[in-house]
Design a protein around this ligand. Structure first.
Ligand code: SAM
Ligand code: SF4
Ligand code: SF4
Length: 336
């Protein structure tokens, strides 16, 4: 089995299919203009599925399509069809802001997509617009219900909570998810990229989120799915659903991190907080064999020793952390 320098296997591949996005979320990509990847640098669907097949042969079991906003990439269903036919792949998922989902879900489902994660941080249309700058909540809700209607399951909702901005939305998101059978996951606001001006003062911790929910709807901790999933999950004691929190800042899970990322322009990135990626597009377009490309992936993974969130927590505890000292690849290139 392929393992990294800290004995972690390679199991999950996150593929960013584009760095473009139709939203400008304050915590992710607030900038109107950015040095977007040039079209000819973007991997084709054939290139992505060739790489994905090699990753699966090396141990990857789950693939998540992400972005930027993956649904702004034309004909994404064709990529879904290619990936869902890879032998040995156990799970294929899409993470989307949902704005274009209603119009695309039928083709995605027909191509083999079974489940979806949709990001929605507030159910208040004005607040939603404020946080996403360009988002229309009604379109996202349409997308969420279209996914449900088409039988995608589970439908997971992701919500980033930012201090002073949408803490008030925690309970309404919980109620909405419970009423409709969606699996809700809160995400602690992280210092991804360099554009969001993160400070620890903007963080709402897992403990604060859980305390707030528990006071209204009592919870029982069930832990991490499979013992190693990023989200710590809780069941509602009344039996009506569950909720989770991805506490990357206050309870890092680096020791069980099995995720590798592929950027839209063909860079392999071994940590969400990396400053560099390893270019595989050169090999792909330079005529390398499958064996040569696999060897390249193996050589990257074997050296991997990333544990950024664990180190961040140590630095935060000693009041010795300034995100500006760490140059990182933007979240829109990595896709979460
Ligand atoms: N555009 C899609 C979406 O928003 O779902 C996919 C890409 S987005 C980068 C993937 C996930 O990252 C989303 O759930 C988003 O909320 C989350 N995310 C972005 N910036 C974040 C931050 N600073 N802290 C925590 N999560 C963040
Ligand atoms: Fe776009 Fe998703 Fe980032 Fe929001 S979180 S700016 S929707 S990529
Ligand atoms: Fe994995 Fe890096 Fe996140 Fe740690 S900080 S869990 S190594 S992606």
């Amino acid at each position: 089995m392929l393992v990294d320098a800290l004995n972690r296997p390679i199991k999950d591949l996150r593929i960013s299919v584009t760095d473009r996005c139709n939203f400008r979320c304050s915590y992710c990509m607030p900038l109107d203009e950015y040095d977007w990847i040039h079209k000819k640098e973007i991997l084709t669907f054939e290139e992505i599925s060739r790489l994905a097949t090699l990753f699966v042969r090396l141990g990857v079991e789950k693939i998540r399509l992400t972005g930027g906003e993956p649904l702004v990439r034309q004909n994404l269903d064709r990529l879904v069809a290619k990936l869902s036919s890879i032998g040995g792949l156990k799970d294929l998922c899409l993470t989307t802001n949902g704005a274009l989902l209603a119009e695309k879900v039928s083709a995605l489902k027909a191509s083999g997509l079974k489940r979806v994660n949709i990001s929605v941080d507030s159910l208040n249309p004005e607040k939603f617009r404020q946080m996403t700058k360009r988002g229309d909540l009604s379109k996202v809700l349409e997308g969420i219900f279209a996914a449900k209607q088409h039988g995608l399951h589970p439908i997971k909702l992701n919500a980033v909570i930012e201090k002073g901005l949408n803490e008030d939305d925690i309970l309404s998101l919980v109620e909405f998810s419970r009423d409709n059978g969606f699996a809700l996951r809160f995400i602690e606001y992280m210092d991804v990229g360099n554009s969001n001006d993160w400070t620890s003062g903007k963080l709402v911790s897992k403990k604060e989120i859980i305390d707030k929910i528990n006071a209204q709807y009592p919870l029982k901790e069930v832990g991490r799915a499979g013992g190693s999933a990023p989200s710590v999950d809780y069941e509602f004691i009344d039996g009506r659903g569950d909720v989770g929190v991805i506490a990357s800042v206050t309870e890092p899970f680096c020791s069980s991190c099995t995720r590798v990322r592929l950027t839209a322009d063909g860079k392999i990135v071994t940590c969400l907080f990396s400053g560099i990626g390893h270019d595989v597009k050169g090999l792909l377009r330079g005529g390398a064999t499958d064996e040569e490309i696999s060897k390249f992936i193996v050589s990257i993974w074997e050296k991997r020793a990333d544990r950024y969130s664990a180190e961040r927590l140590e630095a935060l505890r000693s009041a010795n952390y300034d995100p500006k000292n760490h140059k990182k690849i933007e979240m829109i290139s990595l896709g979460g």
